[in-house]
Unconditional design. Structure first.
Length: 134
């Protein structure tokens, strides 16, 4: 089964209050999961990686064998494609977790989209941030 994940991470203040947003769709474009994760005080890049990791974990639970990962973080996409090195130690650990989890699927792709084309995942981030920072 093939799924498409849309992920976003955000930190208000960077670093600051942070959350990850995940939306997962099946091959018919139907949403099969949508959720956010509160991350506490973190950086935006930490939130982006955590969103990707959470999406892959949920995709595995849902039985996916192939996953297309759509992100608005060009940095994370290029790092996952091995075009950029991961220099920051905290992000290195997250990269390894994502990489190892991705190896458990038959195929995983990473695609960068502009922020305005990732609105559903962004909404999940903001829902969590609004709840936690009121």
């Amino acid at each position: 089964m093939k799924l498409t994940t849309f992920t976003d991470g955000g930190a208000r203040g960077n670093p600051g209050p942070a959350a990850a947003g995940i939306v997962i769709k099946n091959d018919r474009g139907e949403t099969v999961a949508a959720f956010g994760v509160w991350l506490g005080h973190q950086t935006n890049n930490y939130a982006e990686y955590t969103a990707l990791l959470s999406a892959l974990q949920k995709s595995k639970e849902l039985g996916a064998t192939e996953v297309d990962c759509v992100l608005d973080s060009e940095l994370v996409v290029k790092q996952m494609r091995r075009e950029y090195k991961v220099k920051e130690p905290t992000l290195q650990k997250l990269f390894v977790q994502v990489y190892n989890l991705a190896e458990q699927f038959k195929k995983v792709t990473y695609q960068h989209v502009r922020r305005e084309n990732n609105k559903e995942a962004d909404e999940e981030v903001n829902k969590i941030l609004d709840q936690q920072t009121q």
